[in-house]
Unconditional design. Structure first.
Lengths: 662, 534
């Protein structure tokens, strides 16, 4: 886990000199080896490894940092490593010659570090820290081409929407801390932890899981997962995040980071009560459906894949919601392989299209499906890989996707069957979504690799449109192998026998239905084939029944106008509010200050006037009066004896009068 | 003379030296200032290294460290009793981090004033006086002494803004001065009231000793502020509540809280870069420190009653400051408003009255101290080069000045609370503490904590938006080619100043125990002091 961090630091120090990516590659290779042999094999189905160091003490609580490796985390960190390694190799060819490549490797290593840290975190706070760090690395990588306006908008949006989720997560952490006094994952959610069956383990009293704060905390954690795993309606950042390099999209926005939300839900699963689980299931279903619909209307190859990712994440979330988090983790693992592969294939195609674009100097969008077609003749190997991945995504037998997707759909059916009533809607919707999935992925394949190439005429002897390079193909082959069933289990049809499901096995509270194991896979497979036939008819035979301006197509293409809605209501609203508040601040709050000072100055003028006219006036009056009296008396002092005597007599008379009256 | 006194009065020596040097030695002033602040920084690190983290402090003098006590003013006033003012200084877990922070920010401030050429003698002399005053405030334990330092601090700041500031500097300076003075004059009344209510149990004389004021047994029965035997009331309002509000008002202006914050954007925008750094880095912390040391410790009963309101003010400051920052078009004003928002967290944390919240608040003060200093410094860098800081006049700076952009991005992300940086720890624990408040029954409801956490979202919004508007995209500058040439990347001096601040933010984000371990005993003691009144 620390290797990528080391690589990040070294590359940050080296700056521009580190362009080859060898350091990052070595680091991730070392991590993969360690994670497989040093961590995964010893821990898987064996003991839980727990190492901790004191971090700091606050109040009466001490927080620790450390590693917690149990079955769940061991699996997750292995998936991260195994996906990251091929992507690193692929990137060497894909990103070659980019002027900012030193930054690319640096960010990529940072991401790997954060993601691995996230998987093996000891407590919720540590998990939160890495949770935000992966978001940060994703921000950096989406905005990798920072001179591109759309990329910069996209990374801001991604970070802000993730921040909404982070706040949910933080609130959840705070609630758990406030009520349980600890954040330790194993103490809270382990087999003997607080939330597992509500056992009283001495320090922490047993909990009633139906109290309102547990519901709140559960919803808060789910909000965090919703943002990170792009659940409706917080999914809007993920399609925009496709502005980053394709290799990044494959690693971060398809295989690992977006799955972190599912991972979080699995980690804190014991916390959830019935209400929260139901909300999770419903949101997951809505996401799966809406994203599949939006995927139908996209022309950008990466955006179709992005919506496909969102839709599949919806499946996983449903898996968690119905309590089958083992199935969710299984789907997470298989999905990581085939979705990563899809992106890498798409990347290879885009790479060649972009080359062509610079060579023939035409201005077209290298990611637009409408510009592609008939590429299977030029890129047969890429084509094969992509088909394998697509089959896996559609859940065709003999692929890994078949196993994992069926595990979710069948379990959902069993769950709904057990509960009855309107719950049946959920598996029905999931089946419809599965069929839609087959359709849109068929659409990609047909549009990209079949039909005729729009720029065929430009391809001459000296301007070849060729297969991807070996460094790109080898990782793709590896992932393609991982998209087939033998990698996950001995049986191509029975998901119960795959090794992931055997170990993570959760107890279900509802009976299993034997017939569901037969008719659902059959229905899905037959439906998928039917969908491809329709697609073949529509796209290859040119019998497209809908016009481009059809209102439904537009609606899907514009992603249900959610972005516009968000822009208008929330973004504009906040900016407007801030403007109003600033005006308020300047005119009212500061205005009051100014009014106060104006008042004081006026008042001082009045006081001065008072001082000058009243206070000083009194003084002057007194002086004048004295002067005037003196002036009156002065007349006596005129040097004439009779005047003096008269004055003396007057005084004497006045004196006698005074004595008499007294 | 003890270490702490040396720490306080070292800058005063520097002032004298600068004043004594002839103006022909003009170029040496900054070296003198730098040398002395550096020495001071070293001393504060020594204090930090020799600090015993197990001792609490707060109301017990023997738990304070590096204490110095000298009889300062003794006067027999006949019938009223004896006047007793001590020179009493000491350090506990709450003041220690702030002292270290202050010396560091001062160092940055001196580094940022390297290019001051308008009468450097006066400038550096005033800066050093300010330095002394600040150190004094953080270590004074006698209320009279505290007040003296508090007033001394105003004077150099007034001149520093008023003389070396921008276009509307006189307006900003007078606004700042009057605002702060208003608070401190009222504070004086309460100090006198406290003086007449408290006696030193050892001598029987009235005293200004803050620690005696924290012990309810020292209050004279029937006196104005006594609260064991009787509650005085003025117009039906308890006298102690009035005293608390007046003191809080004085410090709240400094923090600043909404709606007493309007001096801050003006002062920041008009002040020269180094003064902005010191204002944001140190002076705002005096507000938070004062609330803890004075309001909460001397009036624990009222603190327990009013914390709902204080937390409310904190939340309003967080959201109001953040939204205002979002509306700014002047980069420096935006950062000034972001300070209002971030200091709101301090108030919310203190008001939560939980160990997590109070520790988080102090941590946030320290973290905001050098992060805002770094931010203001970064704005100064831009302003130095093109004399403009209007956000929309810049675009795509990343291609032009990569190093500068990297530093700005790190500082922005550190300030918006990215984990791994110090602001995250501060904000997260304030939020956690505020949530915990309901479990501890301190009276701060949960919705306030949620309100505070929305501030975290908004801070991400305004920082990222600014980053996107100014630094990313294609390069486009209002000043055209002339600006393009003027906008050189960071030079070594600037990097030397910025790097430690950001490195420290990272270090504290990864190892918060560097602060928490020294803080913890004091915080627990403070909570214990207040707890009986909850």
């Amino acid at each position: 886990m620390l290797f990528p961090l080391l690589a990040f630091i070294i590359q940050a120090l080296l700056g521009k000199k580190a362009i080859s990516g060898n350091i990052a590659l070595t680091a991730i290779l070392a991590s993969t080896i360690i994670s497989l042999f040093g961590v995964f094999l010893p821990v898987w189905n064996e003991t839980t490894v727990l190492k901790k160091w004191e971090w700091f003490t606050i109040g009466e609580h001490t927080l620790y940092v450390g590693i917690l490796v149990n079955n769940l985390t061991a699996l997750m960190q292995l998936v991260v490593c195994i996906i990251a390694l091929p992507v690193h190799i692929y990137s060497r060819a894909y990103m070659k010659g980019d002027s900012g490549i030193h930054r690319y490797w640096m960010y990529l290593s940072l991401f790997c570090f954060a993601m691995l840290g996230l998987t093996v975190s000891l407590n919720l706070l540590q998990l939160y820290i890495f949770w935000e760090l992966v978001g940060f690395a994703s921000y950096l990588l989406i905005g990798f081409w920072f001179t591109k306006e759309t990329a910069v908008q996209a990374n801001k949006k991604a970070f802000l929407i993730n921040r909404i989720g982070d706040i949910g997560f933080l609130i959840g952490v705070a609630l758990v801390y406030a009520h349980c006094g600890t954040l330790d994952l194993s103490a809270l959610f382990g087999q003997t932890g607080t939330f597992f069956k509500g056992v009283d383990i001495g320090i922490i009293p047993a909990l009633d899981k139906n109290t309102s704060w547990v519901t709140f905390a559960g919803l808060a954690f789910f909000l965090g997962a919703m943002a990170k795993s792009a659940q409706f309606p917080l999914h809007i950042w993920l399609p925009d995040a496709m502005e980053g390099p394709t290799s990044v999209s494959s690693l971060i926005h398809a295989a690992t980071m977006v799955a972190a939300g599912v991972f979080l839900l699995c980690t804190v699963f014991p916390l959830f009560n019935e209400t929260v689980l139901l909300v999770i299931t419903i949101i997951g279903t809505i996401t799966a459906l809406s994203a599949a619909l939006f995927a139908l209307g996209q022309y950008d190859i990466k955006k179709v894949l992005a919506f496909s990712t969102i839709s599949q994440l919806g499946f996983m979330i449903v898996g968690v919601g119905i309590g089958a988090w083992d199935a969710a983790m299984f789907h997470l693992t298989t999905h990581a392989f085939f979705k990563c592969l899809l992106f890498l294939c798409a990347g290879a195609v885009i790479h060649e299209m972009a080359h062509l674009k610079t060579k023939i100097q035409l201005d077209f969008d290298p990611q637009d499906l409408r510009n592609m077609g008939g590429l299977r003749r030029f890129m047969p190997k890429t084509y094969t890989c992509m088909v394998i991945a697509s089959l896996s995504l559609a859940g065709f037998p003999f692929t890994s996707g078949y196993l994992s997707k069926d595990s979710i759909v069948i379990t959902t059916y069993e769950w709904a069957n057990h509960l009855g009533g309107a719950y049946v809607l959920i598996p029905v919707v999931l089946i419809i979504v599965s069929l839609l999935t087959a359709f849109y992925i068929g659409r990609i394949i047909f549009k990209t690799f079949f039909g005729s190439f729009k720029y065929r005429t430009y391809i001459k002897a000296d301007m070849t449109f060729h297969e991807a390079s070996k460094t790109m193909l080898i990782p793709m082959f590896v992932l393609a192998a991982g998209s087939l069933f033998p990698f996950f289990g001995p049986s191509p049809a029975d998901y119960h026998r795959s090794w992931i499901m055997l170990i993570l096995d959760t107890d279900s509270t509802y009976p299993s239905l034997a017939q569901a194991h037969v008719f659902i896979p059959a229905l899905l497979t037959a439906g998928a084939v039917l969908m491809w036939l329709i697609g073949w008819n529509w796209y290859i035979k040119q019998k497209y029944p809908l016009s481009e301006n059809n209102i439904l197509v537009r609606f899907a293409n514009k992603q249900g106008y959610l972005n516009e809605f968000n822009e208008r209501i929330f973004v504009k609203g906040t900016v407007e509010l801030s403007r109003i508040l600033y005006a308020f601040d300047r005119h009212v709050v500061d205005g009051l200050t100014k009014l106060f000072s104006w008042f004081i100055r006026r008042f001082s003028v009045i006081v001065y006037w008072f001082d000058k006219h009243i206070v000083d006036g009194l003084v002057n009056l007194f002086a004048h009066a004295t002067y005037y009296i003196g002036h009156l008396v002065r007349h006596v002092q005129n040097g004439q004896l009779q005047a003096y005597l008269g004055f003396a007599l007057t005084i004497v008379v006045l004196g006698i009068l005074y004595l008499l009256i007294k | 003379m003890g270490l702490l006194s040396i720490l306080i009065f070292l800058p005063l020596v520097a002032t004298l030296l600068i004043l004594a040097l002839p103006s022909s030695a003009k170029a040496t002033y900054k070296y003198v200032a730098l040398g002395f602040t550096f020495l001071q920084f070293g001393l504060s690190l020594y204090l930090y290294g020799n600090f015993d983290a197990t001792l609490g402090g707060i109301q017990q003098l023997d738990a304070y460290q590096f204490v110095e006590q000298l009889a300062w003013i003794r006067m027999d006033l006949g019938a009223i009793g004896k006047l007793e003012i001590d020179y009493l200084i000491g350090v506990d877990g709450i003041s220690l981090p702030l002292i270290v922070l202050s010396t560091l920010v001062m160092l940055m401030g001196v580094g940022a004033s390297w290019n001051i050429d308008k009468s450097p003698k006066g400038y550096f002399a005033l800066l050093m006086i300010l330095n002394t005053a600040v150190m004094g405030i953080f270590s004074a334990l006698d209320f009279f002494l505290f007040y003296v330092f508090y007033e001394i601090m105003l004077l150099p700041l007034y001149f520093l803004i008023g003389i070396w500031g921008g276009e509307r500097r006189e307006y900003a300076a007078i606004k700042f001065f009057i605002y702060t003075l208003l608070g401190s004059v009222l504070m004086l009344l309460v100090i006198v009231g406290l003086y007449f209510s408290v006696i030193n149990p050892a001598t029987g004389a009235h005293t200004f000793n803050m620690l005696h004021m924290m012990n309810p047994a020292n209050y004279v029965d029937g006196s104005f502020f006594a609260y064991i035997a009787n509650y005085h009331e003025v117009f039906g309002i308890p006298a102690r509540l009035i005293g608390f509000i007046v003191l809080f008002f004085a410090f709240a202006i400094k923090v600043p809280i909404v709606p007493l914050h309007t001096w801050l954007p003006d002062a920041h925008v008009e002040a020269p870069t180094p003064v902005s750094i010191i204002l944001a880095g140190i002076l705002l912390k005096i507000g938070g420190y004062g609330i803890i040391r004075v309001c909460y410790s001397i009036f624990p009963d009222i603190a327990a009653d009013t914390n709902w309101w204080l937390a409310l003010i904190g939340v309003i400051s967080i959201l109001y400051g953040a939204l205002n920052a979002l509306a700014q078009k002047d980069l420096k004003r935006m950062i000034a408003y972001s300070s209002v928002s971030h200091m709101g967290f301090v108030l919310l944390g203190i008001a939560s009255l939980t160990a997590e919240g109070v520790s988080g608040a102090i941590f946030q003060m320290v973290s905001h101290g050098f992060l805002s200093a770094a931010l203001f410094f970064l704005v100064g860098v831009l302003y130095d080069r093109v004399h403009d800081r209007y956000i929309y006049n810049f675009r795509g700076l990343a291609s032009l000045t990569p190093k500068y952009t990297a530093y700005v991005a790190i500082a922005f992300f550190a300030s918006l609370g990215l984990p791994g940086f110090s602001a995250f720890i501060g904000e997260a624990f304030v939020i956690i503490g505020a949530f915990n408040a309901e479990s501890m029954a301190t009276g701060v409801p949960r919705w306030m904590a949620i309100g505070g956490s929305i501030g975290i979202l908004l801070s991400a919004a305004y920082f990222l938006w600014t980053l996107q508007r100014m630094f990313f995209g294609q390069t486009r500058l209002k000043g055209g080619l002339a600006w393009q040439e003027a906008l050189t990347d960071l030079n070594t001096r600037e990097q030397v100043i910025l790097f430690p601040a950001l490195a420290l933010a990272l270090l504290l984000g990864i190892m918060p125990s560097l602060i928490f371990s020294n803080l913890n005993a004091s915080v627990i003691q403070l909570i214990d002091l207040i707890k009986p009144y909850l």
